[in-house]
Ligand binder design. Structure first.
Ligand SMILES: Nc1ncnc2c1ncn2[C@@H]1O[C@H](COP(=O)(O)OP(=O)(O)OP(=O)(O)O)[C@@H](O)[C@H]1O
Ligand SMILES: [Mg+2]
Length: 181
């Protein structure tokens, strides 16, 4: 994939599919590291699924239909010298999934983040009845969108409303402008 934001879209979509009521997308940049963490309180993975998605070689199996979201995320991280970690639980008291990818920005195969404002906009549309928090911490400052806060202001207007979508995109873009060096 040409943009990390597309990988983020894929990983967060898994959280929506898992019925998460809150999905947190946390991007942290520190020195040469770029860390992407997607946390949700969705249904979690079975042990079998967790084993499958944790095995870097499982995509080579052709007998079973397998997805591409996690393998592509892993590939993007590993090609920079990084890695991914997955924790998941289906326990009724603490179900959910945390996927963390560690990337090295100075590696020649580091994929740029790309159009993250559009991605955040799509995610806000895709989270359905759930909520989403996007937070990007850089050494120059922070960019944030929390649909819970947004919903209060919107007073029932859906996040998928075209005007709301435009507003979200602009709001995120503006914050990135403000932290540019
Ligand atoms: N956040 C999550 N919560 C629960 N299960 C998950 C989560 N993320 C992934 N999974 C499980 O891992 C499987 C593999 O995910 P992956 O994104 O690699 O492929 P996919 O979603 O099945 O297909 P694709 O992303 O190519 O459309 C999913 O089908 C799902 O069973
Ligand atoms: Mg997927």
């Amino acid at each position: 994939m040409k943009e990390l934001s597309l990988n983020i879209l894929d990983i967060a979509q898994n959280s929506f599919t898992a019925g998460a009521s809150l999905t947190e997308i946390l991007l942290t940049e520190k020195e040469n590291r770029f860390i992407i963490q997607v946390k949700d309180d969705g249904c979690g993975m079975s042990e079998e699924t967790l084993l499958k998605v944790s095995n870097p070689f499982y995509t080579t199996r052709t007998t079973r239909k397998v997805g591409l979201g996690i393998p592509l995320f892993r590939l993007a991280a590993e090609q920079t010298g990084g890695y991914i970690e997955i924790q998941s639980s289906q326990k009724p008291e603490d179900h959910g999934t945390v996927i963390t990818g560690v990337f090295f920005k100075d590696h020649i195969d580091f994929t740029p983040l790309g159009d993250i404002a559009s991605t955040v906009c799509l995610l806000a549309q895709g989270c359905g009845n759930g909520d989403m928090v996007f937070r990007h911490q850089t050494e120059n400052g922070e960019v944030e969108l929390d649909t819970r806060a947004l919903r209060e202001v919107l007073q029932g207007l859906p996040l998928s409303n075209p005007d709301v979508q435009l507003w979200i995109k602009d709001y995120v873009k503006q914050q990135y402008e403000n932290i540019k060096m």
